[in-house]
Design a protein around this ligand. Structure first.
Ligand SMILES: [Zn+2]
Length: 400
């Protein structure tokens, strides 16, 4: 992650209330975005099977051709800007896949995927505090819950609707108000825990949000209730589904709020922050860990940490995910043979007793600092019992 030298880009998110016509237009746009994304993904997957790669430009040309067919002429009814943007997103998804940072891109589903559309500057007008999207006559009724910085104008606008039916608009702006902080010498390593959300190398443990457990119990109850409703039982099923979505939305809001406070504090207090480079693949493999911090929470945490670090002139280092941070004694450097997940404290042969998570966080910190000093990556430990499968996992997967 490069550190921004001039202004930093910052997203400002607001709720808005569309008119019926605007809601219909946006729903149509979401549908077209999904359609175009899936068509392009199918085309790229076919090419991938032939050992070919299709780039963004090729999919953009395909989009032009699709619009001319009778079957897909409806794509002309919505603004072309979000359709182009979703092809760019797909390009990013493939770049991440080729760089082994992510899984093979998946198709967007009507029910499960995020409903959103991204507009670049040619797709919206921002004047006198009013935001009007392409193909719309009146500005959106936005609740400006906090002011945009004086004199800024957004470069990108993302409209979305969550599972509870709420509409949001996110404005990406250059924020001149964000100033770099004075450098500090302190560095911290952060481990994702089981009992705790995060553990710092300083020994401080950060719990999950207070409401998380209660909300999760409520969610489980609402989900059971939904699954009991018969398929034919229309209105009750809709009500039950809406209830599930509402609880989901509340959990997400509270978690993001918690992560915002946490990442701001970590970035303010530390010059260097070392985290583990957990990937979705690795998280799924370790189901217990996946429960403790969901994939979504982890990627939110990491991206918040990275963009805030860029704002304030701090550094985030991600250490290789095959680094055996739990098995290594942070005092003497001896590698333990096995370290089952239920072992919370252990004593090394050198006589040091470790809290599992604090020890892991300390190892991450040491490894991260070594990276900054040498400029070299931390290599996976092939001699460890897990080394074999880890190596195997690194080969790219061919199937979609
Ligand atoms: Zn030791």
């Amino acid at each position: 992650m490069s550190v921004a030298t001039t202004c930093v880009k910052r997203a400002f998110k607001y709720r808005f209330y569309p008119t019926d016509a605007q809601a219909a237009e946006l729903s149509r746009t979401f549908g077209c975005v999904r359609k175009v994304y899936n068509l392009a993904l199918a085309a790229r997957t076919e090419a991938w099977a032939r050992q070919e790669r299709i780039n963004y430009n090729a999919t953009s040309a395909m989009l032009t051709a699709w619009k001319k067919t009778g079957e897909l002429a409806f794509l002309n009814d919505v603004s072309s800007v979000p359709l182009q943007q979703c092809l760019r997103h797909l390009q990013t998804a493939f770049s991440n896949f080729f760089a082994k940072r992510a899984r093979y891109p998946r198709f967007k589903s009507r029910k499960k995927s995020r409903r959103s559309a991204e507009y670049t500057s040619s797709g919206f007008r921002f004047r006198a505090g009013g935001l009007t999207l392409a193909k719309m006559n009146e500005p959106l009724d936005v609740v400006w819950s906090r002011p945009l910085p004086e004199g800024v104008s957004p470069s990108t606008v993302t409209v979305s609707q969550d599972g509870a039916g709420r509409w949001f608009v996110s404005l990406l702006c250059e924020d001149p108000a964000v100033k770099r902080l004075a450098a500090t010498g302190s560095a911290v390593g952060i481990d994702v825990g089981l009992d705790h959300l995060l553990t710092q190398s300083t020994g401080e443990k950060i719990a999950n949000p207070r409401h998380e457990r209660k909300d999760r119990a409520l969610l489980a109850k609402a989900q059971r209730s939904l699954s009991r409703k018969a398929k034919g039982d229309g209105s009750n099923r809709v009500k039950a589904r809406r209830k599930v979505a509402k609880i989901h939305a509340r959990i997400t809001d509270r978690r993001r709020d918690h992560l915002h406070k946490l990442t701001t504090r970590l970035v303010r207090d530390n010059q260097t922050i070392v985290i583990e480079d957990l990937t979705v693949r690795n998280m799924v493999k370790n189901r217990k860990l996946a429960r403790a911090i969901s994939d979504a929470a982890w990627s939110d945490f990491r991206s918040m940490l990275e963009y805030k670090a860029a704002w304030y002139g701090r550094e985030v280092i991600a250490v290789d995910r095959f680094f055996p941070s739990s098995k290594l004694c942070s005092h003497c450097g001896t590698l333990q043979g096995t370290m089952p997940l239920n072992v919370r404290t252990w004593t090394c042969d050198c006589g040091t007793t470790h809290d599992r998570d604090v020890n892991a966080a300390r190892n991450l910190l040491a490894a991260g600092l070594a990276v900054t000093v040498c400029g070299a990556g931390v290599r996976p430990q092939r001699s460890s019992p897990g080394g074999q499968s880890a190596t195997k996992q690194k080969t790219p997967r061919r199937e979609p």
